[in-house]
Design a protein around this ligand. Structure first.
Ligand SMILES: [Zn+2]
Length: 89
């Protein structure tokens, strides 16, 4: 796929954009990784230490925070065996 993205100026602009995005996480980049974060946190990882950006985003974004809590809830239930996935049979 050639889309003309080899343009040096284009690369420079992309580079600036990426470095700026590091400052604040957006819903899209946060959302697609929420499951991974929830998994790590449910396994004992500390969100505040490992991904302060994510924690900061969750603190100011109710949508992602809610989704994260829901995922965490499910994962924790699975870990503690409270969620019996074979119950429906
Ligand atoms: Zn968000």
């Amino acid at each position: 796929m050639t889309t003309g993205q080899d343009d040096p100026l284009r690369k420079l602009i992309d580079c600036i954009f990426v470095s700026h995005q590091d400052e604040a996480m957006d819903c899209e980049s946060c959302g697609c990784q929420l499951e991974c974060f929830a998994e790590k946190v449910s396994a004992g990882a500390n969100l505040h230490d490992l991904w302060p950006d994510v924690e900061a985003h969750l603190a100011c974004c109710p949508d992602c925070a809610e989704e994260f809590q829901a995922l965490l809830c499910i994962l924790r239930a699975e870990r503690s065996g409270q969620l019996d996935t074979s119950a429906g049979r």
